[in-house]
Each structure stands twice: as C-alpha cells, then as structure tokens.
Design a protein around this ligand. Structure first.
Ligand code: NAD
Length: 366
C-alpha cells in the first residue's frame, strides 16, 4: 500500500475512533450544543445555491456567515436570506480582507475548476481553512501550488468529494477492505450526461478539460475506493469521436480509460458530455457491488451478491461532508479527503490525457 493510501486508511481508522469518543463524550454532556464554525461560500452558482447553502442549514457544526461573489447585489440577497452581516460579503478581489474577520473559519471554493487554485490560495493566505470543490484544480501544477499554500499557512484543506459520506460508496470501501471478501479484481463505471448547450464546463480555460474533469473524477474516486484506497499505477486511455465538434472545440467530448492497480484490480471507465450513464460496479471472487444510479445527491440503487441493498443517510452528503470537516478543524486533524487526494486525482487525470494523446500505457509513480 503506498504511503499516502496507508496514511488515509490509518486516518480513517482514527476518524472512526475519534467519532466514537466524541459521541460518548457528547452523550455524557449533551446539553452543550457543538460550536458552529463560520463558513463562507466562494461562487454563488448552481451548486452553492441549490446544494451547499441548504445543506449548511442542516449541519450541526457549521453556519453560513458570508459569501464571495462578483455581484454585490447577489451578496445582499444572500445576506438577507441567510441572516449574515453585509460586512461579510466579499468580492473575488477582496478575499485577502477575510484575514481580519473572526466570523470566518472555513472558506468553501465553488467556482469553475480552473479558478479553484487561485481562490484556495487566497483563502489560505487569509489563514482560513479551505474546502475546494472537485476537481481540486485544472492541472497538477495548480494542485501542488494550492496544497503548498495551505501547508505554508498551516490551514486544513479538504476536497468536496461528497460520496465519501454516501452509504453505498462507504459499503464499496468497506467491501474492498474486508479481508474475508478478499478484494475486488475488476470494476467498471460510466458517468455521462448530454450537454445541450455549451457552458464553461466545455471550455478548457475554465474547466481545465472536458467530462473527465467534471464526471470522470467520480470514477477515478470510485476505482481508488474499490482498490482499497490505493492510487493507480498505470493508465491507458482513448478519446471517443466527437459528435458535436462545434461544442467541444478544445476539450474531449468522450473519454474511455483503464486504471491498473498494484493489487491486480483493473477498472474500465467511460465519461462523456454526449451520452447518458450513471453507474459503477466492482467484482471479486466472492461477489460484487453495483450502484446504479451511483453519483446523484440521492436516489441511488445498489445491489450486491446478497441482493438489493437499502441504506439510509441521516443528512445530505454535503451536510455530512461539511460537518466532518468542521470537526477536523476543531480537533486539529486532517480530513479523510485531504488535498493530497485531490492532487493524486489530478495526476491520474493528466496521465489519462497523456495516455490518450500518445496511445501508450502511462505509468504513475507511487
Ligand atoms: P456554476 O456555473 O453554476 O457556478 C459557478 C460560479 O462561479 C458562478 O456563481 C459564477 O458567477 C462564478 N464565477 C466566478 N468567476 C467566474 C468566471 N471567471 N467565469 C465563470 N464563472 C465564474 O457551476 P457549479 O455547477 O456551481 O459548479 C461550481 C464548482 O462546483 C465546479 O468546480 C463543479 O465541479 C463543482 N460541483 C460539484 C458538485 C458535487 O457534487 N460535488 C456538483 C456540482 C458542481
């Protein structure tokens, strides 16, 4: 197991132990509500508006205390709706001033992919803990710079991989690590949707790439989960034909790829902006897990060798994810979804592009 995976695994064990200790302690003194950390959302687009802001109302350990937006008018509407002061509305160019604002503990970056790095760096320099949406950045170099800024500032960093809190993906991870099950040998998945009109997600300047950045990253995550938390050691890939060359001028429309892992697990992934799929499957000598649909905010369907599996969630993925990060910040421990994991995935994405361009198998360093 490479050292990062081992660290993550040990980190997850200690997260579980800490959660148990915390729940014991809080049941002994449950009259004191947990301290809520102040969260600022950067970029008030669809995901911030329809998922994160409502999820913040569900959380136990977070509260929405401000926003970063290009539109003061929009900021004022949010301040009124969520009851935070006007002074907590920032512009992208005034993020440095957050350093003087003790209301803010966590800055959540929800802008287009290629802007994540500069917004993560601005938040870190203001000494705020950071969550970056997926994909972490648009390139490996940006991911390294953003990670270095967080380390230099001594702040915690996590990536918005909400499926780490999805019960079916947790079952996938559990099965992968169950010694009795004996691991998965092969897997496959596809996450695709049909883009009707060109948006920033199909522009290299803002998205960093095409569907592999936006959707394929979920498959990379799922594959690494099915491999017991390991990173792939080699990648092969082939870009699919463009049925809408007018729309996909500088990014791929479709990408198919294979990830190989040191334990022999192999995963075949496909992602497209002109197809419709939403599924992942992994199988081993003793059984399988299939999640279809797999990547939504809810409504997943899951089946294993034992038949249909129905699991429930106490809160939305996003609320669980933000509460978990807030507890990490409070306890001074690393997130189970650290910046290093975001960097790992950016390296896989760049290897997929390199493999597709060269037609050759590309090896990844551990
Ligand atoms: P969106 O287009 O709805 O919102 C993007 C926001 O960024 C807008 O408010 C826009 O005004 C702002 N912005 C700031 N500078 C900009 C610029 N130069 N050009 C364009 N917009 C700019 O997008 P979204 O769907 O909210 O996605 C935002 C991020 O969240 C993406 O990185 C995406 O991958 C991620 N996301 C994650 C999930 C998830 O399930 N984890 C789901 C959706 C989106």
């Amino acid at each position: 197991m490479p050292s990062l995976s081992r660290r993550m695994f040990i980190g997850q064990l200690s997260v579980a132990a800490a959660a148990l200790a915390l729940s014991r302690r809080s049941s002994a003194a449950d009259s004191t509500p947990p301290k809520k950390l102040g969260v600022v959302l950067v970029g008030l687009g669809s995901y911030a508006t329809h998922q994160l802001a409502p999820a913040l109302q569900e959380t136990k350990s977070c509260r929405l205390v401000g926003v970063v937006t290009g539109s003061k008018e929009k900021g004022l509407k949010w301040a009124q709706q969520y009851g935070f002061p006007e002074k907590n509305i920032y512009g992208y160019d005034t993020m440095a001033q957050m350093a003087d604002n003790p209301d803010i503990d966590i800055v959540y970056v929800v802008t287009p992919n290629a802007l994540h790095a500069e917004h993560v760096i601005a938040a870190a320099q203001a000494k705020k803990n950071v969550i970056s949406e997926k994909p972490f950045t648009a390139t490996v170099a940006q991911a390294e710079a953003a990670l270095a800024a967080c380390r230099a500032a001594g702040v915690k960093l996590s990536i918005g991989y909400r499926l780490h809190f999805d019960p079916y993906h947790r079952e996938l991870m559990r099965m992968a690590r169950d010694p009795e099950f004996g691991g998965f040998t092969k897997g496959k998945g596809n996450f695709s949707f049909t883009m009707g009109q060109k948006v920033w997600r199909a522009e290299k300047k803002l998205a960093g790439g095409g569907p592999i950045m936006d959707l394929g990253v979920y498959l990379i995550q799922g594959a690494c989960m099915a491999a017991g938390g390991m990173a792939p050691i080699a990648v092969t890939a082939k870009e699919g034909p463009k049925t809408r060359p007018d729309m996909f001028t500088d990014v791929e429309e479709t990408m198919n790829f294979r990830l190989e892992f040191a334990n022999g697990f192999a995963f075949d992934g496909g992602t497209s902006y002109q197809q419709n799929f939403n599924e992942i499957r992994a199988e081993g000598a003793k059984g399988f897990i299939q999640i279809k649909p797999a990547f939504g905010y809810k409504g997943m369907n899951c089946e294993t060798q034992n038949g249909p599996l129905k699991l429930t969630m106490p809160m939305s993925h996003q609320a669980l994810q933000m509460d978990d990060f807030a507890e990490c910040v409070k306890a001074g421990r690393e997130s189970r979804i650290p910046g290093e994991m975001g960097l790992r995935d950016m390296k896989v994405i760049e290897a997929i592009y390199a493999a597709a361009a060269s037609g050759k198998r590309v090896e990844l360093k551990a």
